[in-house]
Design a protein around this ligand. Structure first.
Ligand code: AKG
Ligand code: FE2
Length: 273
């Protein structure tokens, strides 16, 4: 078996020779970093790792983010739990880049599937470097002049996340700590010298330099463009699969096509770098 298998022409590769439960050698760390720049999302199968092992693997790549809203694994605040019995996972069924509402958005995320449906509940990733490259040079030049607002509240509405008094208090506090923020629409990736389209349906509310209507139309076009099948990989999960994605050069979408009674559990560690 090859140590790395590319999965689509657009992005994604499966890594076969690394056991994430063991300390990572410098060679394997470099290999993962280089592969992530090339393939943007990496998959590792049959990784029956503990929460501590997931954290130990992920900190090799940077400090971990503590999510202000999502529940976490007991005693491990760095590990978000996405559990159909605890969260409304409809909220992840839209294209987004994790936590783009902070000043320096996360570099990447490491997601472990603990419990998955027999079918359904796939996750999609899109290559936003390729999406950028395919735009006309005139539109690229125009987009370079624009910035966009990213707002935490867009994906965490009070109607879903502020139902109990306790949740509402936490949500209001988080909103105060995370007021809307501006990022350039075209983002540079220093390690590769490449550019990416950096607006996402999950958090981007507005193109600042345009009228409301112009902003809405252009954002709609860009959101639609990013989601072209040619830019996408779709992963069907098995329990023990790990996906490690570059959160700058990809966006993802968790397909919500399963019954409400299905139990699906994922744990995510998010890297600030
Ligand atoms: O549940 C999934 O497949 C992905 C959810 C998600 O958006 C994330 O972990 O960042
Ligand atoms: Fe996400």
């Amino acid at each position: 078996m090859n140590i790395i298998q590319p999965l689509t022409p657009a992005l994604g590769a499966q890594i076969n020779h690394i056991d994430l439960s063991l300390p990572l050698s410098n060679t394997d760390k470099d290999f993962i970093e280089q592969s992530l720049l090339t393939y943007k999302v990496l998959f590792f199968r049959k990784q029956n790792i503990t929460p501590q092992q997931q954290i130990d693997f992920t900190v090799n790549f940077g400090d971990l983010h503590i999510h202000p809203i999502f529940p976490h694994v007991p005693n491990h605040p760095e590990l978000i739990v996405l559990d159909t019995k605890l969260n409304d996972l409809r909220d992840n069924a839209l294209w987004h880049s994790d936590v783009s509402f902070i000043k320096k958005p996360p570099f990447g995320s490491v997601l472990l599937a603990r419990k998955v449906p027999e079918y359904g509940g796939d996750t999609l990733w899109a290559n936003v470097e390729k999406a950028y490259e395919d735009l006309s040079s005139s539109l690229k030049t125009f987009l370079e002049t624009l910035t966009a607002t990213h707002d935490f509240a867009k994906s965490f509405p009070t109607s879903r996340f502020g139902i109990t008094d306790e949740d509402l208090k936490k949500l209001e506090q988080t909103k105060q700590n995370n007021t809307p923020i501006t990022h350039p629409i075209i983002r540079n990736i220093p390690e590769t010298g490449k550019k990416v389209l950096y607006v996402n349906e999950g958090f981007t509310t507005r193109i600042n330099e345009l009228t409301e209507k112009e902003s809405q139309l252009l954002l709609d076009y860009l959101f639609q463009h990013i989601s072209k099948p040619e830019y996408i990989i779709r992963w069907h999960w098995q329990a023990g699969d790990v996906a490690f994605w570059d959160n700058r050069t990809t966006q993802h979408y968790a397909v919500y096509d399963y019954d409400k009674t299905v139990h699906r559990v994922m744990n995510r560690a998010t890297i600030l770098k």
